[in-house]
Design a protein around this ligand. Structure first.
Ligand code: ADP
Ligand code: 5GP
Length: 205
């Protein structure tokens, strides 16, 4: 199966979105373990670090001042304000990794996803929970969100799922983890084998 996700001279960019608790981290962690040349991009955020999260691995956790300084320097490809915190994708980080041949997955929200597609033409993949009820259970099970933060994320989930259904290139449901992982991997396999349009590769034209 290793050869089904080819290492290419220039890496490809993918966007994965889905409501908090939908299984994005679980799927991406598994993929990056199986394929060392696939990486999750590490975003910057002003959100406080959660128990179990690691600085520089889950996010670059920075203060609001540092984040705004980066905005001023035009360091970000895109930023979003969600649940009272700022999140952003560093331009330099992604270009550096793609040039080294790493395939990069941006795990970002639906607003950021549209910007990345517009700017870089990356395919948009959406992972949905089987139901809002299941989503709530998974979020509670993870123990990361309480009270207001949980309510905000569930409210946002409805909007995100509507966006996923109507505006993404790929959509799948994470019910049985094994099945969801195989679908996720198949989408990447297909994208990495997509041919460049003939007209672009024919230099005689
Ligand atoms: P996200 O990154 O989208 O916020 P996570 O990957 O952290 O979501 O998943 C949320 C919780 O749900 C985690 O505790 C994870 O172990 C669990 N989970 C993920 N996928 C499944 C699944 N298919 N079945 C049951 N639990 C799952
Ligand atoms: P969480 O706080 O649960 O880690 O993330 C909240 C939301 O922010 C998730 O939907 C996550 O995908 C999104 N997110 C994380 N980093 C970025 C980013 O750099 N840009 C955008 N647009 N969204 C992000």
């Amino acid at each position: 199966m290793l050869s089904s996700l080819p290492k290419l001279p220039m890496g490809h960019l993918f966007v994965l979105s889905g409501p908090a608790g939908g299984g994005k981290t679980t799927l991406v962690d598994r993929l990056t373990k199986e394929f060392p040349y696939v990486k999750k991009n590490v975003s910057y955020t002003t959100r406080p670090i959660r128990p179990g999260e690691v600085q520089g691995v889950d996010y670059h956790f920075v203060s609001k001042d540092v984040f705004l300084e980066m905005v001023k320097r035009d360091d970000f490809l895109e930023t979003v304000s969600l649940f009272g915190h700022l999140y952003g994708t560093s331009k330099k980080a992604i270009l550096g990794e793609l040039e080294k041949g790493f395939h990069l997955i941006l795990v970002i929200d639906v607003e950021g996803a549209h910007k990345v597609r517009e700017l870089l033409g990356a395919p948009l993949i959406f992972v949905s929970p089987p139901s809002l009820e299941t989503l709530k259970k998974r979020l509670s099970g993870r123990g990361s969100e309480k009270g207001k933060s949980m309510d905000q994320r569930l409210q946002r989930a409805v909007f995100e799922m509507e966006q996923g259904e109507n505006h993404y290139d790929y959509l799948f449901v994470n019910d049985e983890l094994e099945v969801a992982y195989e679908i996720f991997k198949s989408i990447l396999v297909a994208e990495l084998h997509k041919r460049t349009p003939w007209i672009e590769t024919n230099t005689d034209l």
